[in-house]
Design a protein around this ligand. Structure first.
Ligand code: CMC
Length: 433
């Protein structure tokens, strides 16, 4: 619910302007500057959108100071305990928990859309085995718009939304597993209707024509938890990209493809791969934890402690807290002793007691421990960010739909302050110095 508050007063060049202010349902306040440029000829400047609210949203609430994350009001701690990824995806996309019939209908629709068009396999065959799975994933998701051109358009047809949702959530998992099979030169393994979402993914990843994959309920639960914890995170870089691209009224698949590309970067979802690479490097080079922290703190280097820090959380990331516990459970269950987990825990303890990290309120984020679980499951390093994308999909869909349903519809189009040359005449080639 949005509440109007007393207007803010702005003094500018000897004049006073009144700007509307609003408060959201958890008390977050904003000054609405929609009319600022029209009234004053000023725009606002905010590098990296550090303090810009780009939308009002009903989907996800984060309190970064207290370390709170809720989807549609429900704390993530309850969802990881009591829900599974399909049900949480329904919650995020449709705004409420499904009843029994709705849940089974949704799960059945996911199953019925789990295969990809056979002609899409030609794309896989044409790619080099070395292709990064994020590059494959983004291209394949974009290509859904040509294989399934009956894309959902909120202006015209509402009933097609359910199909578009099921299609992309179901197929992203198949595309991801096929890209792995392609990279190791094994035949693709098709989904099975009798398996639920996460079990089906593990089956497509690890079964082969000669071997079944023995389902492991601890791993299935852990995967459900990981995907739930990634399912939405309000206006992060990839979600803002999905909204911005979608605001031009391009279709859902193209918008999600853009989100996948934004997620790939190491400062965002790509950090889960970088954390394992960093820990491996520290271990292989025999660098001590304290020496590595010195390297990170030295501003002459551009080295960051990957998996640490967050734009919004100035407290322990609540997702990291759960993932750290799950990590220990999975490793114990599989009887794996991973020296990278010991190193990560040692690094965390040292960083949390170091003034540099304390002053800047830098804590482990969602990516710090997740890779150790994926590694234990047998998922290859370059697919970690793909796992993030599978998890984030319900959030992208819900945010895209919310953006398209918001009235008045506005294309995303920020302003700038120009600092280039003033009017300059063209110089013919022979006169150029
Ligand atoms: N290691 C060392 N110093 C850091 C780190 C880090 N991981 N993160 C932030 N800082 C320092 C930074 O150098 C700056 O110091 P100073 O004030 O002296 O210049 C201060 O902390 C504030 O950092 P910032 O870059 O202004 O913060 P930001 O909000 O723009 O960036 C971030 C957030 C996540 C990009 C950043 O913390 C980072 O690069 N972390 C490492 C990459 C990472 O783990 N990314 C995954 C984020 S969680 C998944 C997701 O949702 O994307």
């Amino acid at each position: 619910m949005l509440e109007n508050l007393e207007p803010a007063k702005l003094e500018l060049e000897g004049k006073t302007y009144l700007l509307p202010t609003v408060r959201g349902s958890e008390g977050e306040k904003a000054i609405n500057i929609n009319s600022l440029r029209k009234d004053t000829s000023y725009v606002t400047l905010d590098n990296g959108f550090q303090n810009t609210g780009a939308c009002i949203s009903d989907i996800t609430f984060i309190d970064g100071d207290k370390g709170i994350l809720r989807y549609r009001g429900i704390p993530i701690e309850q969802l990881v305990e009591k829900s599974n990824f399909s049900e949480t995806a329904y919650l995020i996309v449709y705004g409420k928990l499904p009843d029994n019939d709705e849940y089974h209908k949704f799960a059945d629709t996911l199953n019925s859309h789990s295969m990809i068009h056979e002609d899409m396999l030609n794309f896989f065959h044409g790619l080099p085995n070395s292709a990064h799975p994020m590059g494959i994933l983004s291209s394949m998701v974009n290509s859904l718009s040509v294989f399934y051109p009956e894309v959902y358009d909120p202006e015209r047809e509402n009933e097609a939304f359910d199909v578009a949702v099921a299609r992309v959530i179901a197929k992203i998992r198949t595309i991801a597993a096929f890209s792995y099979k392609k990279s190791i030169g094994e035949p693709f393994v098709y989904p099975k209707h009798r398996y639920k979402y996460c079990a089906n993914f593990l089956h497509m990843m690890f079964a082969s024509p000669v071997n079944d994959y023995k389902l492991d309920h601890v791993l299935i639960k852990a995967l459900n938890q990981l995907l739930i914890l990634h399912a939405d995170h309000e206006q992060n870089c990839s979600t803002s990209t999905v909204r911005l691209v979608g605001s031009s009224q391009v279709n859902l698949y193209a918008s999600i493809c853009a989100g996948i590309c934004a997620l790939w970067g190491p400062l965002h979802g790509g950090a889960n791969q970088k954390v394992i690479e960093m820990l491996g490097y520290i271990k292989d080079q025999g660098i001590s934890v304290q020496d590595y922290l010195q390297m990170v703190k030295d501003k002459k280097n551009s080295i960051r402690l990957m998996g640490f820090g967050h734009r919004v959380y100035k407290n322990y990331d609540p997702r990291a807290k759960i993932i750290k516990k799950t990590c220990r459970e999975v490793l114990d269950h599989l009887n794996i002793k991973d020296p990278l987990l010991d190193l990560a825990m040692e690094m965390e303890e040292a960083a949390l007691n170091d003034d540099y990290f304390i002053e800047r309120k830098l804590y482990p984020n969602v990516d710090f421990y997740s890779g150790i679980i994926y590694k234990a499951m047998g998922i290859p390093l370059d697919m970690f960010t793909v796992m993030f994308a599978i998890g984030r999909l319900p959030g992208w869909i819900a945010q895209w739909k919310e953006m398209r349903d918001f009235k008045p519809v506005k294309i995303g189009r920020p302003r700038q302050i120009y600092t280039g040359p003033n009017l300059t005449d063209f110089t013919p080639m022979q006169e150029r110095k």
